[in-house]
Design a protein around this ligand. Structure first.
Ligand code: SAH
Length: 236
């Protein structure tokens, strides 16, 4: 099992893990005891083998053995700017796109958004568990909710390549775009809500230097589009 412990990891270090959730998982769910091993991660891309020294009601103490850089992070940062979807769809996007390799989620309010909020506590838990399960080296960040216009400005300023997925018009496929452009500065991918982006939003993004891209001939559900877009840029 793998656990993000949000602490520096160095060889030989003894670390007392006091996080109640992790402690419960180790002691009660997995029934680990002294001598059992796991992988601990600092959330900054380092990970190490850890052997349980002791388990008390307040802490699990582990000793770090071999450690090094996690090797599973994508080559460049992918930020998914996702218009807020209905609760279960949004949570599906957080989980699946974490597995695929997205490094940051920005929930957006756009013109056709029906749902206006996100349960951030739940979202962080989903993303953390998906990152552990998929052997990521970091926990993707979940930004505060932004309006579409603010999201466009923020994305533009970041210096990363900006794309907006739109299911109309004869535009380049995101996969082809990713293979033919330099993404070393990262990429920001905008995905619309259930009702799609409005014409004004598409025009606004274009005027701000965004590339409007296609995800294929068929119109995908927003959550499918998020997965396809993330995959197209991570696994070119
Ligand atoms: N209601 C719209 C579809 C919206 S799909 C309609 O019927 O036309 C939701 C979002 O998924 C879109 O805003 C877009 O960002 C993305 N999307 C879905 N299919 C796509 C495709 N084939 N190409 C590009 N983007 C797509």
């Amino acid at each position: 099992m793998r656990f993000f412990i949000d602490r520096p990891i160095t060889q030989g270090a003894e670390i007392a893990i006091t996080d109640a959730g992790i402690r419960h998982q180790l002691a009660r769910v997995l029934r680990y005891t002294a001598g059992d091993t796991m992988i601990v991660l600092d959330g900054k891309g380092n990970e190490g083998e850890a052997v349980i020294q002791s388990i008390t009601k307040d802490a699990v103490t582990v000793k770090v053995g071999v450690y090094g850089r996690n090797k599973n992070e994508p080559e460049y940062a992918v930020a998914l700017y996702q218009s807020i979807l209905k609760k279960d769809k949004m949570e599906f996007v957080f989980e699946k796109c974490t597995e695929i390799g997205v490094s940051r989620f920005v929930p957006m309010l756009s013109e056709h958004s029906v749902k206006q909020g996100v349960n951030c506590v739940r979202a962080r838990k989903i993303v953390r568990e998906a990152a552990e399960q998929s052997r990521r080296g970091i926990i993707p960040e979940i930004s505060e909710i932004r309006s579409f216009a603010d999201a466009v400005q923020e994305a533009k300023k970041s210096g990363a390549m900006c794309v907006l997925a739109h299911n109309e018009g004869d535009t380049e496929h995101l996969g082809d775009f990713a293979r033919t452009h330099d993404l070393s500065g990262g990429i920001n991918a905008f995905i619309g809500p259930e009702g799609g982006f409005s014409d004004a939003e598409v025009a606004h993004a274009s005027q701000n230097g965004f590339h409007v891209v296609s995800l294929g001939k068929r119109t995908l559900r927003a959550e499918t589009a998020a997965i396809v877009a993330s995959f197209a840029v991570v696994e070119q």
